[in-house]
Design a protein around this ligand. Structure first.
Ligand code: SF4
Length: 371
């Protein structure tokens, strides 16, 4: 599919993302009009069960509260039985998406992880993930959506037979964030060139893909714009980006950035509106409702069309302090802003075709749509 050209230049976007007052209002109205044309007045969500396969990781992101060191009593890799128990509880609660979250390549940093993987019969975390998404695909009616980090093409290929869609946050393209004291110091998997290569590899394999940027991790507004342009450029080449998440940093007591300011709701609104205008309109735009519960209407007015995955059974393991809103509450808040709430699958409708999905995954997606 040919995507529309950007509505403005990078320099214009860098000015717009700083809009205040009436200029911000005009920017949001422009973004809302683009959203209305492409997506109407419907806001969607995916009913998901969250499966935290392992919270071990070789990276040390300054904003992360999910990852644990191997000696930490809270470090945990789920066994196959535990994976299946969580997945089945999600299925019983009416979920359709099995969201697999995990740390990146922990076996490269920790002997204990290599030993544990060997006991399970695997060499790498990605191999174990492939086996677990297959298990869930075969033993439940769920559609797996793995979020495994920056994988190489041969690794994405291992997951593809059992995943409706996959994801990896780009985070930001600024190499500056890898420097000492910055968010991604000590995080080899957060090098921008690696993440961009991972996005491209997923495109080459025609994997329906979710990505996004983090707001408030030390990036400048111009670096946010650069990151959004990078996503749009890759999508124009491969057409595989189904949704982009604009996610705000939240402070937590046990992270390196525990004293850092959180971005305000207007900062989010500016970024959402500019994202809506930079990204091709067919890309769904999402902001997580549990991270700013009092900004539902503002985000809708700024141009989002999706709330992301909402879990009726498991907490948000990435932001454990932020409870998921009840789906009825989200429906009411959406209606207040003039939108109807609709459930969607983790893979968006335009990708439910043989051009994008292996036959068995396509059949699963179709049967879930009909359910
Ligand atoms: S955010 Fe992801 S990559 Fe970074 S430390 Fe946490 S689990 Fe690892």
């Amino acid at each position: 599919m040919a995507s529309a050209a950007p509505l403005f230049s990078r320099d214009e976007a860098r000015a717009l993302i700083q809009a205040r007052g009436r200029d911000l209002l005009a920017l949001m109205q422009r973004a809302s009009a683009v959203r209305d044309d492409a997506w109407g007045r419907t806001v969607t969500y995916s009913r998901k069960v969250f499966i935290p396969l392992t919270n071990l990781c070789r990276d040390k992101c300054a904003y992360c509260t999910f990852a644990r060191a191997p000696g930490d009593p809270r470090a945990k890799t789920l066994s196959p039985d535990e994976v299946l128990d969580i997945a089945r509880s999600g299925q019983r609660a009416g979920c359709k998406e099995a969201l697999f979250s995990l740390g990146e390549r922990p076996e490269l940093a920790h002997v204990a992880v290599r030993e544990q993987l060997a006991r399970l019969g695997y060499e790498t975390t990605v191999d174990y993930l492939a086996a677990m998404i297959r298990l869930v695909f075969e033993e439940t009616t769920l559609l797996p959506h793995p979020n495994p980090g920056a994988l190489y093409k041969c690794e994405w290929r291992k997951l593809r037979p059992w995943a409706g869609s996959m994801g990896m946050m780009l985070e930001n393209v600024s190499p500056r964030l890898m420097e000492k004291g910055q968010a991604h110091f000590g995080c080899p998997d957060k090098a921008p060139e690696r993440r961009l290569a991972a996005l491209e590899a997923a495109g080459e394999l025609r994997i329906p893909f979710t990505t996004g940027i983090l707001i408030g991790i030390g990036e400048t507004p111009a670096e946010r714009v650069d990151s959004l342009f990078a996503i749009a450029d890759i999508h124009r080449r491969y057409g595989h980006i189904q949704e982009v998440i604009i996610q705000n940093f939240r402070r937590k007591p046990d992270i390196r950035f525990r004293a850092k300011d959180e971005p305000g709701a207007l900062e989010m609104a500016r970024t959402i509106a500019v994202a809506r205008l930079i990204l091709p309109p067919e890309i769904s735009l999402q902001a997580p409702p549990n991270l700013t519960p009092d900004a539902y209407s503002l985000y809708l007015l700024a141009g989002i069309n999706d709330w992301g995955g909402i879990s009726p059974v498991t907490r948000d393991h990435i932001n454990p302090e932020a409870p998921w809103p009840a789906i009825q509450e989200l429906a009411a808040a959406s209606a207040d802003a003039g939108f109807s709430l609709r459930e969607r699958l983790s893979v968006y409708s335009r990708f439910i075709s043989p051009a994008w999905l292996p036959a068995s995954v396509l059949a699963r997606a179709k049967s879930l749509l009909a359910a």
